[in-house]
Design a protein around this ligand. Structure first.
Ligand code: G4P
Ligand code: NA
Ligand code: NA
Length: 189
């Protein structure tokens, strides 16, 4: 997606070989027109799949899931993150290890929101190590729902996320795929 790549080139702040800051248009301030366009692109890519629900993880995936769900005319669910298990005992849950925060947490979705009749598209802002997304894939498997694929705005293709998902048979589509980066330099696939 050319406009997203250009925006990353112009405003993205590459803090290291692995961390890209996009706080002026995605992760802190949000460019709503850009997010709407990203949602429409992801929806178009998966439109033939008869999707019933879009799923993301709080917090920064929410605006992309909403934009995609509006384009697909479906609801969206944001999985909740929490460190302990003081929740609905019956919820679907999966453990996640956060590489950035170096801690374990749990993602959960209430059991009444997802079942074997659902066809689900997972949407997120970043595809990085895939740790959080693998947790969501686990939850979808528990529910018996069909996972149509994973759609992300920005993929750091030099990290393991895409490969981990594809090894599980998951179809992955990202709109801006970063081959490599370092402060002052970025290369897209
Ligand atoms: P993921 O690939 O499944 O997203 O998991 P990973 O554990 O690698 O990433 C942890 C969190 O860090 C994720 O946010 C992810 O979006 C974010 N992240 C990873 N790499 C980058 C990066 O280069 N830049 C930015 N800005 N974010 C990155 P999250 O768990 O969804 O947390 P939240 O931000 O929504 O609270
Ligand atoms: Na994030
Ligand atoms: Na995210």
């Amino acid at each position: 997606m050319y406009i997203l790549q250009e925006r990353i080139r112009q405003e993205g702040l590459i803090l290291s070989d692995t961390v890209l800051k996009v706080d002026t248009f995605i992760n802190h301030q949000v460019d709503t027109a850009l997010v709407v366009a990203i949602g429409e692109q992801l929806a178009d890519y998966f439109r033939q799949e008869q999707i019933t629900k879009v799923i993301t993880i709080e917090a920064s995936g929410i605006q992309f899931a909403m934009a995609t769900a509006i384009a697909l005319q479906t609801p969206f669910i944001y999985a909740k993150k929490k460190k302990s298990i003081i929740q609905d005992e019956t919820a679907y849950r999966a453990p996640v290890y956060s590489f950035t925060k170096q801690e374990n947490y749990e993602v959960s979705i209430s059991r009444n929101l997802l079942d074997a009749t659902d066809r689900v598209l997972v949407v997120d802002d970043f595809l990085a190590t895939g740790a959080a997304l693998i947790g969501i894939v686990d939850i979808i498997a528990q529910s018996g729902a069909h996972l149509v694929g994973v759609g992300c705005a920005i993929e750091k293709s030099f990290q393991a996320g895409r490969q981990l998902l594809e090894e599980k048979g998951v179809r992955v589509h990202s709109l801006a795929r970063i081959k490599q980066m370092s402060p002052g330099h970025i290369e897209f696939l």
